[in-house]
Design a protein around this ligand. Structure first.
Ligand code: SF4
Length: 356
């Protein structure tokens, strides 16, 4: 049963969804861990009619950070650098261990709120090398870029694993038999990139796209807007989250990202290489690129535990409860896959709030 403040409004939107969706099946995809939280936490799937389904795409940054990059961070930490990163990254399993295990064995792994804290660590420990393990999408990339552009101390560098959302959405368009009828685009990322990068989806793929906020009524309204576009055969990008998202996004943040990073193809955990989806430090700032500063030989990589189905969960092919290890061998206390670690991970959210 839903339990949030605009319940009457939500019920009204659901009534309209039922009327407009009647007689046809709809399958929508969101690409955002916070949307998955809102949908599961508030039981929205159980409010929707059976013919309207919403699945989670690869919108959890911790979940899609490749095992090879985690292995590199673990190796650097084990070799004596101060490895600084976000709290939810520390427990994510790499090929055979995690940063938490490295820390338990004496490595200097520090949890920080962002790269500026890592720079402070470098200033306070001039005798040590500090590496900031920079994960996340366009929401966290601008702060990493700003720090790289700010001439931090030479004992600071960053292992950058930033990925960008529109190429992942384009990848999802082609996920074969599990095709989607439209996208709920992520609110946080869109505050940075604006709505323009999504224009490709209706134009090229006739894929309606609605940028949505995170309140339950935002998500439900975005579903209604998507269904209306399909009923009207009027495919476009719409912005449900006008209180924070603009067409242009945040020009300063975009300019910083463009100066510090080049866009290249690279791997997403459980998916593989997605063209033009990764941000790498530009050559002119290579002094701050941990990949160039250190010779990081990590050996053989195991992308996922062979029994973990995260590669299916993150593309909407499997619900967490359908993984044989869910809530048995795999729990937030003992995660066997990356989707069970972060607050934005689909399996972790289902474990905590999986009402539907
Ligand atoms: Fe992987 Fe655990 Fe999720 Fe199964 S429940 S898909 S093992 S993270």
């Amino acid at each position: 049963m839903a339990d949030f403040k605009d319940r009457l409004l939500a019920e009204k939107i659901v009534e309209n969804i039922k009327k407009l969706a009647s007689g046809k099946k709809f399958r929508f995809c969101h690409i955002c861990g916070t949307h998955e939280y809102s949908i599961t936490r508030h039981g929205l799937r159980s409010m929707l009619p059976e013919n309207v389904e919403v699945v989670a795409g690869p919108g959890c940054p911790v979940c899609i950070t490749p095992a090879a990059e985690l292995d590199k961070a673990i190796k650097l930490a084990n070799e004596g650098v101060i490895l600084a990163t976000f709290g939810d990254v520390v427990r994510v399993p790499g090929s055979s261990s995690s940063l938490a295990e490295a820390r338990a064995n004496g490595a200097l792994v520090k949890i920080v709120y962002g790269p500026a804290d890592a720079v402070d660590l470098a200033k306070n420990h001039p005798d040590k090398d500090v590496v900031f393990f920079a994960t996340g999408f366009e929401t966290t990339a601008p702060t990493t870029a700003s720090v790289i552009l700010s001439e931090p101390p030479k004992n600071f560098s960053s292992l950058v694993v930033h990925r960008t959302i529109p190429p992942a959405m384009e990848f999802m368009v082609g996920v074969g038999e599990h095709r989607f009828d439209g996208f709920i685009a992520p609110g946080h990322v869109s505050t940075i990139i604006g709505t323009k990068p999504y224009e490709l989806f209706p134009r090229t793929y006739q894929m309606p796209t609605v940028v949505a906020g995170f309140e339950p009524t935002d998500v439900l309204m975005s579903i209604l807007m998507l269904i209306k576009q399909i009923r009207d055969k009027d495919y476009k990008v719409e912005n449900e989250y006008t209180r924070l998202v603009t067409e242009e996004g945040n020009p300063k943040a975009l300019a910083a990202m463009d100066r510090a990073f080049e866009t290249v193809g690279d791997n997403w955990r459980g998916i593989g290489r997605i063209p033009d989806s990764a941000l790498h430090i530009r050559e002119e700032y290579s002094d701050y690129d941990a990949n160039k500063k250190y010779d990081i030989d990590i050996g053989k990589v195991q992308e996922l535990d062979p029994k973990c189905s995260c590669h299916l969960v993150i593309v909407g092919k499997l619900y967490p409860k359908d993984c044989t290890m869910f809530a048995k061998a795999c729990t937030p206390q003992r995660p066997r896959g990356p989707c069970m670690v972060s607050n934005e991970g689909t399996c972790s959210i289902a474990y905590r709030y999986g009402r539907d």
